[in-house]
Design a protein around this ligand. Structure first.
Ligand code: ADP
Ligand code: MG
Length: 716
């Protein structure tokens, strides 16, 4: 046996060598460990194993040929380009390069024999290839398909390919691919020929370097047993991790909160200006039952925009405060937090004052003096309820006895932030082993069945009923060219005493451009709506770069009704509640995501007046509306049911992206696709408890292989 190598890093010495750009890019993609690289699977493949004859190619083929240059010249019409004709003996092909270096031109000199790869196009010049890749002919042909990996800027495919390959080899050598799924429990879809399941190592080697005889279709639609094996692994890891955290949570203690007769809960019900909907009552009971247990609640309250989640949260808070405990309500934006604060103060302060308690307010932009005062109230316990933004989870904030943490629009928060709130617990009260109950709220409903089976460690309550008296919002698609008619329409709304939102487009590449756009629209509307001799209309502007105090002032004017039109970037997306607003115009609606459009639309139709949402889309050169954008707009017109919207969104985008981006800020599932892999998910759900009970070590190894340090992502 070779002597063990001295450990490379006996003491943690700071690594002074700066990372190269591709190394940094690898880090950014989360490809740190060998195993991470090995699990970075190709998006698709290129077949470089064969040289084909030009005569045998068809339009649209990705082809690799070997041919001799017969002419090479620069043409100037219709624009400057290098035109190269090659001949492989079976036919000729014209290569076109619109950008080229002198060195490339030299390599393409007449008489040179080249190996070329590119897409074959027909056309009136005969076969052509645009910007094919090429090098000198000859050299060995690979005997496996060439993988093409998901990558990012600054990380060339060739570099990534090498890194992945070396990760794969190292990980295999370290024994990283030992089997963890008990053989008798292999999923059927991972069985290959002879009903033998594909091994993990075998599957990975195959997927990185598949032999050319394999069905590309099976690889691409991921039905090949090797793919099935990997998806099964991934789903099992996810289920195991959630189940572990669920079991761990069941071991923890939380204050058992009781619903007192005649207590705050009942009093709050008494002062509300409306009766609860059936759904609110049912969900309220589900939450109350959780709170009564000594185990920390971990519940997602999902409900469409406007379904009335805030009241449900307030009622839960009342239960906790009644027992002398504290509650925290955290919202993602200052505007939203402020709205909650004002609403909750209105409902609760009259009830809390006789008890000597208050509602505290915390945000990042607060004056130091006020902040210090609030921190004091929170630490002493005088603040029974704390409402705020991220500021609520900052270090200086010390609760006396936090029993319930409520997170509004939870998908807007990162996992770390949710964990931080959970950890703000009872250390001051001498019982550090206690955790607060957690109520997470989201208006981005996940189709219920999906939520239930995917989040093994989350109980889900659903508000599936809107408060009565709402008039449905009429949604219309209008081309940009009809802006003038819209202005008429706005004027009409204003004459009726109503208010209008005008949402400006999202330009992903540039916040500065967003701003210009909103500013211009603001100026334009101000002018158009204020012709001389007419009662002036106040048009406001709201965007994310404004100082919080200015934002607050603008919102206050709009809420009071003094402002007729609010032009805004998407800062109003969440939660804003101005029932008198009855028209929303969304500019460049084609650029917004479906759930975002739905959330925006939810800002109108909150009062009794008939409301409308106008989705304005670009025409002509500036904005070709893609097919998926069209589908999104169609869905918006056809339905206003949040769950149906969620279902369509899932269909259009695929659930990996849906859940990943929406629910946690990190892509959770890389390989499995919940819409297609329901059977595998079911398999994983059934196997997970069995593995934890019968094969705990295998389960542990499985989770750490897949999630490494990232398992917290799945727990929150
Ligand atoms: P969301 O679920 O989008 O957070 P909110 O909690 O902001 O919805 O409620 C939307 C509006 O409906 C608020 O103005 C709220 O006061 C009102 N509301 C809530 N519940 C009821 C109800 N049962 N009856 C009438 N109005 C209600
Ligand atoms: Mg809300």
């Amino acid at each position: 046996m070779p002597a063990p190598k001295p450990s490379a890093k006996p003491i943690a010495k700071p690594d002074t060598k700066p990372l190269s750009a591709p190394q940094k890019a690898l880090r950014k993609l989360g490809l740190d460990r060998d195993i991470d690289l090995a699990l970075h699977l190709p998006l698709r493949y290129e077949d470089e194993t064969r040289i084909v004859r030009l005569a045998d190619t068809r339009e649209g083929d990705m082809a690799q040929i070997e041919a001799t240059v017969v002419s090479c010249e620069i043409a100037y019409k219709p624009r400057r380009q290098l035109l190269v004709v090659v001949d492989d003996g079976s036919d000729t092909c014209t290569l076109r390069f619109f950008s080229f270096y002198p060195s490339q031109q030299k390599a393409l000199a007449v008489g040179n024999r080249l190996r070329l790869r590119g897409e074959v196009k027909g056309g009136f010049m005969g076969r052509t290839m645009m910007h094919p890749s090429f090098h000198m002919a000859g050299g060995e042909l690979p005997n496996a398909l060439t993988p093409v990996y998901p990558t990012s800027a600054g990380l060339p495919q060739v570099y990534l390919r090498k890194a992945v390959h070396s990760g794969l080899v190292h990980a295999a050598r370290q024994g990283a691919f030992v089997e963890t799924i008990p053989p008798e429990h292999m999923p059927r879809s991972a069985m290959g020929a002879g009903a033998k399941a594909w091994g993990l190592a075998q599957s990975l080697h195959f997927l990185h370097h598949p032999t050319p005889d394999v069905s590309l279709a099976q690889l691409e639609d991921r039905t090949h047993p090797a793919w099935q094996r990997l998806k099964a692994e991934e789903l099992l890891a996810q289920q195991l991790s959630q189940l572990q955290s669920k079991r761990a949570r069941e071991e923890l203690r939380a204050p058992a909160l009781v619903l007192k007769k005649g207590g705050l809960h009942e009093q709050l019900l008494g002062v509300l200006p409306f009766g609860l909907t059936g759904a609110q009552r049912r969900v309220g009971e589900e939450i109350a039952l959780d709170l009564m247990r000594q185990v920390p609640m971990h519940r997602l309250l999902q409900g469409d925009v406007g379904s009335g989640k805030t009241v449900v949260a307030a009622l839960a808070a009342a239960v906790a405060m009644d027992g002398g405990w504290q509650c925290a309500l955290m919202a993602p934006t200052e505007i939203l937090a402020e709205q909650h604060f004002r609403k909750l103060i209105g409902w609760l302060e009259p009830l809390l004052t006789p008890l000597g308690k208050r509602v505290a307010w915390l945000t990042g932009s607060q004056k130091k003096k006020e902040r210090t005062e609030m921190l004091g109230l929170i630490a002493s316990g005088e603040a029974a309820l704390v409402v705020g933004t991220h500021a609520v989870i900052q270090e200086q904030v010390q609760f006396k006895n936090l029993a319930l943490a409520i997170i509004d629009e939870q998908h807007r928060f990162g996992v770390a932030q949710r964990l931080a709130l959970r950890e703000k617990m009872l250390t001051h009260d001498g019982s550090p082993e206690q955790e607060p109950h957690m109520l997470m709220m989201s208006a981005t409903p996940i189709p219920r069945t999906l939520a239930m089976s995917y989040y093994a460690d989350l109980d889900v309550s659903t508000l599936d009923e809107l408060p009565p008296g709402r008039t449905p919002v009429v949604t219309k698609l209008v081309s940009e060219s009809r802006r003038d008619e819209l202005i008429e329409r706005i004027r009409h709304q204003l004459d009726e005493g109503r208010q209008v939102y005008w949402v400006c487009p999202l330009i992903e590449e540039s916040e500065a451009l967003d701003l210009t756009n909103a500013t211009e629209t603001h100026a334009l509307l101000t002018e158009a709506l204020n012709p001389p001799g007419v009662k002036p209309v106040l048009v406001g502007l709201l965007h994310s770069r404004m100082p919080p105090a200015d934002k607050k002032a603008v919102m206050a004017q709009f809420e009071s009704g003094a402002m007729g039109v609010l032009v805004s970037t998407t800062v109003i997306e969440v939660g804003v509640d101005v029932p008198n607003a009855s028209l929303m115009v969304i500019e460049h609606a084609e650029r917004f995501g479906l759930s975002q459009l739905h959330q925006l639309r939810g800002r109108v139709g909150r009062g009794a007046a008939a409301s409308a949402c106008v989705l304005m889309y670009a025409t002509g050169e500036s904005g070709r509306v893609s097919e998926t954008a069209r589908e999104r707009l169609r869905a918006m017109v056809e339905t206003s049911d949040g769950f149906e919207i969620a279902r369509r969104d899932l269909e259009i985008r695929g659930p990996g992206e849906f859940l990943g981006a929406r629910q946690s800020g990190a892509a959770l599932l890389r390989f499995a696709d919940l819409a297609e892999d329901g059977e595998l998910l079911q398999w994983a759900r059934e196997l997970a408890p069995l593995m934890l009970d019968k094969y705990p070590e295998l389960a542990e190894r499985h989770v750490s292989r897949w999630l490494g340090g990232k398992s917290d992502f799945l727990k929150a």
